[in-house]
Design a binder for this molecule. Structure first.
Ligand SMILES: C=CC1=C(C)c2cc3[nH]c(cc4nc(cc5[nH]c(cc1n2)c(C)c5CCC(=O)O)C(CCC(=O)O)=C4C)c(C)c3C=C
Ligand SMILES: [Fe+2]
Length: 434
């Protein structure tokens, strides 16, 4: 269907693919002074109905921004990530926060359809003003882009100050994670008032999204830290192949999947009886930056690597036998010893060992270059969506005796409440202010 334009007019907006062709017309319009370009997106109109078809009638690679839940959670995991955490500026008001969430939602609804950030976008505005859109995604399709917006604990209250009049709306469970054994957290990779998770098939599209949402935030919020990720380390649909992490193991085999409504209701979506009511249909995001000591791991024998994980490296089968999708059997013994070591990662992380706690994992590999010793500065940017942050706390505490701990170091940590999806004409976070 034809995407609704930002001002709600029934006229097709130029897609990034046609924008270049329309450039001359845009310049002409700019030359006669039709509109002045703006740094921030214009006041948001009704959000486009999901499933617009900017790329010539195909909706392939377009995930609707509006809906019951935000996209980017159960959406088939894309290969690339750019996640940014933001802090509100010290002068920002409640009105600034609401306007920012509205403008982000408006821009996100366009970007996820493969459109520029605003109608005048990268090249259809006047020559006398900076373009609304930075332009590096011109000519690129929507690329399965999803933009997921989260609200951090400090947004609700910072050092006892209720900056935005929402302290009494804070989800009771929304707080920074407690310290865990072995944590070496860095402030520059932790926490934040807000977050934007952009996932896409093309890294340029994900970076473009975060960059343009950051521009929109200018003067109201600024990036506190951001992380790029590649090579998804999970799957969220049964037909997605399980990828490998940087230790070479299949990662994401036993995940909560998009078609498992019962598991999603039990473990991912905030339910109508949960507190607070405004978060119904939402979720919580845990982000942990976990450094992986690659060179140390690479010197470990294959058999020992498998013992540590609890799975076979070739096909990802549990060491109790079977194929990748066979459930691990913790009672199986080989030569009088458990086939799956009692301190193996899979055994400790399994719901049976954690009172049934499950996580929807959606993490990515990261490489931030190399350190002064020439060692890879790399690891897993672990992302998990849960109905209650206690699910993560339970599993992470159990992992305190994990054999894997010798090879990993948690260096970043953040938690966010993920509001429900925006309705057409609404915005993400609207229920918080209702
Ligand atoms: C607290 C939660 C978890 C952290 C932190 C974590 C870090 C981490 N994991 C791997 C590699 C693998 N994890 C695997 C399974 C797995 N991991 C968690 C949780 C955390 N992992 C869970 C809940 C599970 C599933 C357990 C189950 O139900 O069987 C696997 C096996 C394949 C799979 O099922 O995904 C691997 C491999 C690394 C390298 C790592 C830190 C860097
Ligand atoms: Fe794991």
């Amino acid at each position: 269907m034809t995407p609704v334009t930002p001002d709600g007019a029934d006229r097709p907006a130029p897609s990034r693919r046609t924008a270049l062709g329309l450039g001359a017309a845009g310049v002409a319009a700019g030359a006669i002074g039709a509109t002045l370009g703006r740094l921030t997106a214009p006041a948001p109109g009704p959000l486009p109905v999901g499933g617009g078809s900017p790329t010539g009638g195909s909706t392939a690679g377009v995930h609707p921004f509006v809906g019951e839940h935000q996209s980017g959670i159960t959406t088939p995991v894309q290969d690339h990530l750019h996640l940014a955490a933001f802090d509100m500026s010290s002068r920002a008001t409640r009105e600034d926060l609401v306007a920012l969430l509205q403008e982000w939602s408006y821009a996100a609804s366009r970007l996820t359809q493969g459109l520029d950030v605003s109608a005048s976008g990268a090249v259809a505005g006047p020559l006398t003003a900076p373009p609304d859109d930075t332009g590096e995604a011109l000519g690129l399709p929507a690329s399965s882009l999803t933009i997921t917006i989260g609200l951090g604990p400090t947004l609700f209250e910072l050092d006892g100050v209720d900056r935005f009049g929402i302290a009494d709306r804070r989800p009771p469970g929304l707080a920074p994670l407690p310290p865990f054994l072995g944590d070496v957290l860095k402030a520059e990779a932790s926490h934040g008032d807000l977050c934007v998770q952009a996932c896409a098939d093309d890294p340029q599209v994900a970076v473009h999204a975060v960059r343009n949402l950051s521009r929109i935030a200018f003067g109201r919020a600024h990036v506190r830290w951001s992380q790029m990720g590649f090579g998804r380390t999970s799957r969220t649909t049964a037909d997605q192949a399980t990828p490998r992490n940087l230790f070479g193991f299949k990662d994401g085999t036993a995940n909560v999947l998009a078609d498992d409504d019962a598991a999603l209701a039990e473990s991912v979506w905030v339910a109508s009886g949960d507190e607070p009511a405004w978060l119904t249909g939402g979720s919580y995001l845990v982000a942990r930056k976990i450094e992986m000591l690659m060179e140390t791991w690479d010197r470990v024998q294959l058999g020992e690597q498998q013992t540590i994980v609890g799975r076979d490296k070739t096909i990802g089968a549990p060491l109790s036998g079977g194929t990748e999708m066979t459930a691990p059997d913790f009672d199986v013994e080989v030569d009088g010893a458990p086939a799956i070591d009692v301190a193996s990662h899979v055994r400790l992380a399994h719901p049976d060992n954690n009172g049934g706690a499950r996580l929807l994992r959606r993490g990515y590999n990261y490489v931030d270059g190399s350190n002064a010793l020439g060692r890879l500065d790399a690891g897993l940017f672990f992302l998990a969506y849960v109905r209650d942050l206690e699910q993560f706390v339970t599993v992470q505490r159990t992992l305190s005796t994990d054999l894997l701990n010798e090879y990993v170091r948690h260096i970043g940590s953040a938690t966010f409440a993920i509001p429900p999806g925006a309705r057409v004409g609404g915005f993400v976070g609207e229920t918080l202010f209702a």
